[in-house]
Ligand binder design. Structure first.
Ligand SMILES: NC(=O)c1ccc[n+]([C@@H]2O[C@H](COP(=O)([O-])OP(=O)(O)OC[C@H]3O[C@@H](n4cnc5c(N)ncnc54)[C@H](O)[C@@H]3O)[C@@H](O)[C@H]2O)c1
Length: 379
């Protein structure tokens, strides 16, 4: 199998998650490429030590530019705080490497647009990380939306909830501070997850009204003191999108203060003839609405029906590490020109469009008005 050499910049939560997806690549049955982790860069030497368990990862450096100078590295995955995205992504492209960028793809809309300009100028293969659509239930929802059997679409909801911020005693990190997370706060943190499928289906909002909420104004700083936390923690975006002649309500929800939720991504599409509902809270279960003489909500257990086949039995249930691996399979196979009709990773254009939504949501909340997105370049 053709090997693709990967370098990771940022070996924290997501850097390690990706490394472990490569380590069990043998689970995949129908891919022609294999990622091999050869290098990692992180400012923290203790973080780098974790990568000692991956024998192929021979370059461990605190200087990401040393990783970019390594001719062995083909593709770079970057998972660093948002205020560093632009500089590092542009350095990756300048070094002539392909890139799997983390969301939100720059700290704000202007930054995302500058990155996108460099992507186009470089000609490199670039995608943005967003793994939730790779759940089999999400894929089925996309198929059902595309095949037209839902009738006239009445409303669409997509969201991502967790409850990490309910506890005021939890220490702050960079995700709770605007300077490092961005003025979008939770929009930057969770927004790409909510926007990816609607954008892929062409459901860009034409106008929207948003409600944003802050979390706790200060948190322990982990060093015995307190630090200010100024990010938006919850965002509900009430949008309209144009489907043919109909203007259809589209609700996007991103919450870090959602009681009881851990990492719950969900999507619902309701039409006059059919509907579909999927949530990662029930990872192998799909709810389908059908209308005949009577009406039914049917529950089906999809099991492990991922796009890229694996050794895992079809009756088992998929989880977060599985969809991370499916996303990487999609990235690497698309890079080879072998994705076929499978669902691909979020594109730079989709990442910029998600930032157009976030910028409009902030404007809407601050001015308490509906914002028109029909000419987004003016924003
Ligand atoms: N796709 C997902 O589901 C998902 C989930 C969580 C986070 N993320 C995204 O991943 C990115 C990172 O988030 P995280 O949760 O892994 O953060 P994290 O804080 O756990 O890890 C970030 C790492 O970057 C390192 N770092 C900081 N500056 C650096 C530099 N100049 N050079 C090299 N390393 C540097 C830090 O030392 C740290 O280890 C963010 O963009 C975040 O939005 C995505």
């Amino acid at each position: 199998m053709k090997q693709i050499h990967i370098g990771i910049i940022g070996g924290g939560l997501m850097g390690r998650e990706m490394a472990s997806a490569f380590a069990r690549w043998c689970a995949l049955m129908d891919v022609t490429v294999q990622p091999v982790l050869v290098a990692v860069a992180d400012l923290n030497p203790v973080t780098l030590e974790w990568f000692d368990r991956i024998p192929s990862c021979t370059q461990k450096t605190t200087d990401y530019k040393a990783l970019l100078a390594n001719p062995e590295v083909d593709v770079v995955y970057v998972a660093v705080p948002h205020h560093l995205h632009e500089a590092i992504y542009r350095d990756v492209l300048a070094a002539g490497k392909d890139l799997l960028a983390e969301k939100p793809f720059g700290i704000d809309l202007a930054s995302a647009r500058r990155i996108q300009e460099d992507v186009l100028a470089s000609g490199r293969f670039v995608r943005c990380s967003s793994e939730m659509p790779f759940f089999p239930g999400a894929q089925r929802a996309v198929e059902m939306a595309r095949d037209g059997g839902l009738g006239r679409v009445l409303e669409i909801t997509c969201g991502f909830h967790h409850s990490s911020d309910l506890d005021p005693a939890k220490p702050a990190n960079w995700k709770r501070i605007n300077a490092t997370c961005g003025d979008g706060g939770v929009l930057n943190d969770l927004g790409m997850h909510a926007c990816h499928i609607p954008l892929r289906l062409g459901w860009m909002p034409t106008r929207l009204f948003a409600q944003l909420q802050k979390g706790w104004p200060q948190r322990p700083d982990g060093k015995g003191g307190m630090t200010a936390c100024d990010t938006w923690d919850n965002a509900v975006v009430h949008a309209w999108t144009q489907l043919g002649d109909d203007e259809v309500p589209l609700r996007l929800e991103m919450k870090r203060l959602a009681p009881g939720a851990t990492n719950t991504w969900f999507m619902e599409i309701l039409g006059t003839d059919g509907g579909v509902r999927f949530s990662t809270a029930e990872p192998k279960t799909l709810h389908v609405f059908e209308r005949g003489k009577e009406q039914w909500w049917k529950r089906t257990e999809l099991g492990f029906g991922t796009s890229f086949k694996t050794v895992t039995g079809g009756i088992f249930e998929p989880g977060f590490p599985d969809v991370i691996q499916q996303m990487w399979a999609a990235y690497l196979m698309e890079r080879e020109g072998e994705l076929g009709d499978r669902f691909g990773c979020a594109t730079p254009e989709e990442a910029v469009a998600s930032h157009e939504i976030f910028a409009a949501a902030i404007e809407s909340h601050l001015h308490r008005r509906v914002v028109d997105l029909s000419s987004p370049t003016s924003r």
